[in-house]
Design a protein around this ligand. Structure first.
Ligand code: PMP
Length: 326
């Protein structure tokens, strides 16, 4: 008889332990596995850091139950923090430039959070300043600030990394992940390199992003539609440690868009653009290991599919490349 998982007490207990699924387009000799992070209650990988950062901050006394968490974020991190804050008796306030996805702002509000908008033309910098101003005005308020908070990467060192390595009996050859804050890649890479120092680690970014410059590659700055990964100002990417990365690979939006559609049509993965970029690079790395161009301790590659395409349907992700608003 099949045994089924026991009932859980809270959505917080349903965060993590996501499925690890093969990407079939990879070579048979060097399989690629992707962690399906849309299985988290808030439907993205950012539930992990929402739960982990808030629990640690409560333990440390950075904030207490009844206090407030304020984060400048337009995206999945807000939803992840809102899920955790609601269950940990914390108030959540998100400072979001107006132009960002209405769907995500609706989800944050539905989870009990307050959304404060800043003018779009003032950019994310203004949202960050406003978050700190609000924190000063309130008693017992804290700004986790995912871009500089080591707890972000630590969440992946403590959860995502071990889950992947347990599932594969510690036999992982390469780790590939797109970098927004770089928390996901840094946490997984640190965990992997401790077990096998020669683990091959690749950061993924959209073409036009500047992470590449942190590995000494020439800047090719431009706009991109791929969401959740990439940077235009590397001074904000404080978590990224070039020593933990063998290569940074940039993927053009057009390739990412085609792979996003292929993953749905051929493999049943309703995943968003960052996942598609990861899939392409992970497959290239697998081919590199197979051909002997890349040295890796094992014949396998792991990556993450951070969230679902459903969150971006209104942006035309499944239309033509030109229709995709990004
Ligand atoms: N993909 C998506 C869809 C995201 O929202 C994010 C977070 N910005 C990432 C990838 C990158 O994760 P990280 O911030 O850990 O680098």
């Amino acid at each position: 008889m099949t045994t089924h998982a026991a009932p859980l007490d809270s959505v917080l207990d349903a965060i993590g332990e996501t499925p690890l699924v093969s990407v079939h387009a990879a070579p048979d000799e060097v399989p690629v596995y992707a962690k399906l992070e849309s299985f988290n209650p808030g439907a993205s990988i950012k539930d992990r850091i929402g739960k982990y950062m808030l629990e640690r901050m409560l333990e440390r006394g950075d904030v207490s139950p009844g206090g407030t968490v304020i984060e400048p974020t337009a995206g999945n991190t807000g939803i992840g923090i809102a899920v955790a804050a609601g269950q940990l008796e914390l108030n959540a306030v998100f400072v979001v430039p107006e132009r960002f996805s209405v769907e995500k702002q609706q989800l944050m509000r539905a989870l009990g959070a307050e959304v404060v908008n800043t003018p779009s033309e003032d950019g994310m910098g203004r949202a960050i300043d406003r978050a700190h101003e609000l924190a000063e005005e309130l008693d017992d308020a804290v700004v986790p600030q995912q871009f500089s908070n080591p707890l972000n990467a630590e969440a992946h060192y403590e959860t995502t990394g071990p889950e992947i390595y347990d599932a594969l009996d510690d036999e992982v050859g390469a780790i590939v992940a797109g970098c927004g804050t770089a928390g996901t890649l840094m946490g997984m890479a640190r965990y992997g390199r401790e077990l096998h120092p020669d683990t091959y680690v690749v950061a993924v970014e959209p073409q036009g992003s500047l992470y590449r410059t942190l590995k000494g590659k020439p800047a090719e700055e431009g706009e991109y539609k791929t969401e959740g990964i990439g940077t235009h100002d590397t001074s904000t990417n404080e978590l990224f440690d070039p020593e933990l990365v063998d290569d940074v690979v940039a993927v053009p939006d057009r390739d990412t868009h085609a792979e996003m559609q292929r993953l749905a049509a051929e493999e049943g993965h309703l995943v968003a653009s960052s996942a598609a970029a990861n899939s392409l690079v992970a497959r290239d790395v697998a081919e590199g290991i197979q051909s002997g161009e890349i040295d890796a301790p094992y014949n396998s590659v792991v990556t993450v599919f951070a969230d679902s395409s459903e969150r971006y349907l209104s942006k035309g992700v499944y239309g033509s490349f030109e229709e995709w608003e990004g």
